[in-house]
Ligand binder design. Structure first.
Ligand code: SAJ
Length: 421
């Protein structure tokens, strides 16, 4: 059975581009989101997130009538769930995954499900989440037969197909990347492959739902471990008076070595979150993965200590001044270069903490936003040149392209990305 109408639940950084891709292939797409602002923006043919080239695709899809956004799910032939899977906000040492958004999305689509529908979970999920989602759907729709109980003869199909696209390159990677497709049954997988082949040029590789869940978590945990190695090296090199950037570029000349880059910590809603989904399910066994999380999470505090040292150096050189007279400039707030996404950003976290302890001015330069986030709204968002001219201590937090072309030379510079050294 072909897919004439496709519904995407959650129109964020993954859901909206995915919806737009289907619509660009002339499929009728119904995007669903709980955020009225997102729905209104999309229905005007505009976008509420920053992602290169997405604005044109959404604009064309909406004006040609292939994409519409709504607050309430409508019947469709396939449902793709792309809602957040954060971790629970409790104080336990190992954070637990929060599946409440998946549960709400399941409850929202359940009333409009019909025989023959395909439901795909795209959200990054702990192992077992797809089976759990299928259970929630089955509880809400006892009149439909689900694959987890009857296998191939089910009324509906359920699969996990994790998104794996890199923010900033989403439009290209959605088409070119291989997809891992984990159906609850073989038929579920095959139907999911048929759906993705609408726009995916990469290979669609079939496995089961649990392996597909673990594959995504493994990719991001692997990157987290590699970044932790780079961050640990940066701290060791600082102690031993070695330039870590030079060291890494030398080591990377070895044909089998490819060390990643240190930074102010690991941010975003994926790499800093997903490894915990493995650790929480296998706490005794996930030793390296757990340690990498701790190494990366402790890097912001190390950076803050460096800023404190720079402030005392300034005060030592200027004995008539007090901390109140010291202006600190923070360059970059996003969780990585050339995007506007501040979620789980170590740069934002560090800036926030500096603003809390520092009695002098804190200037913020972030070329990708027009307004500071609520948590630091009282600071000054300034241009690069203002910060360069007015600050005493300079803290480079994100290696945005525009920062790379304007060098800052100062004795009181903390350069977490090694671009102004
Ligand atoms: N980072 C470093 N050093 C590096 C590379 C990255 O400190 O050498 C930092 C970044 O500054 C950022 C964090 O790591 O704070 C994460 O950035 P990222 O570019 O590594 O990854 P994300 O979170 O933008 O996207 C990742 C990607 N996963 C992998 O590369 C394995 C992407 O393919 C996934 O789809 C995405 O997570 C996701 O949604 O899960």
């Amino acid at each position: 059975m072909s897919f004439n109408t496709i519904s995407v639940i959650g129109l964020g950084y993954i859901g909206l581009p995915t919806a737009a891709m289907f619509a660009s292939r002339k499929k009728k797409v119904i995007g669903v989101d709980v955020n009225q602002y997102a729905v209104d923006t999309i229905n005007r043919g505009e976008i509420h997130i920053v992602e290169p080239d997405l604005d044109m695709i959404v604009h064309a899809a909406v004006t040609e009538g292939f994409l519409k956004a709504t607050l309430t799910p409508e019947p469709a032939d396939a449902f793709l769930i792309a809602v957040p899977t954060p971790f629970k906000n409790n104080d336990s040492e190992i954070p637990e995954p929060d599946l409440s958004y998946i549960k709400k999305a399941s409850e929202a689509i359940a009333p409009v499900l019909k025989k023959g529908d395909l439901i795909i979970l795209e959200s990054t999920s702990p192992v077992g989440a797809t089976e759990q989602m299928a259970e929630w759907l089955a509880e809400a729709r006892p009149d439909l037969i689900f694959p987890q109980t009857v296998g191939e003869v089910a009324d509906v199909n359920v699969a996990h197909c994790p998104e794996r696209v890199l923010p900033g390159h989403v439009v290209r990677e959605l088409v070119e990347n291989d997809r891992v497709i984990g159906g609850i049954t073989s038929q579920c997988s095959e139907r999911a492959v048929e759906l993705y082949k609408t726009f995916v040029k990469g290979e669609c590789v079939i496995t089961n739902a649990r392996t597909a869940e673990m594959a995504k978590l493994t990719e991001n945990s692997c990157r987290d471990v590699q970044i932790a190695f780079a961050n640990e090296l940066s701290i060791i090199c600082d102690k031993l008076d070695i330039d870590v950037w030079e060291l890494i570029s030398l080591a990377n000349r070895h044909p089998r070595i490819n060390i990643l880059q240190p930074g102010p910590g690991v941010g975003g809603h994926c790499i800093a979150v997903d490894p915990w989904f493995i650790v929480s399910r296998a706490p005794e066994e996930a030793q390296i993965i757990h340690t990498a999380r701790k190494v990366n999470d402790s890097k912001p505090q190390w950076v803050i200590n460096k800023v404190k040292l720079a402030i005392s150096d300034f005060l030592q050189a200027n004995p008539t001044k007090t901390a109140k007279d010291v202006t600190i400039a923070c360059y970059g707030l996003a969780f990585k270069p050339d995007i506007d996404d501040l979620r789980e950003s170590p740069a934002l976290n560090i800036t926030k903490q500096i603003a809390q302890f520092h009695s002098g001015r804190v200037l913020v330069v972030e070329p990708n936003i027009n307004q500071l986030p609520e948590s630091i709204h009282y600071l000054n968002l300034v241009t690069f040149d203002t910060a360069k001219n007015e600050a005493d201590v300079h803290l480079l937090l994100v290696d945005h392209k525009s920062f790379k072309t304007s060098l800052i030379k100062s004795e009181l510079l903390v350069d977490t990305k090694g671009i102004w050294k």
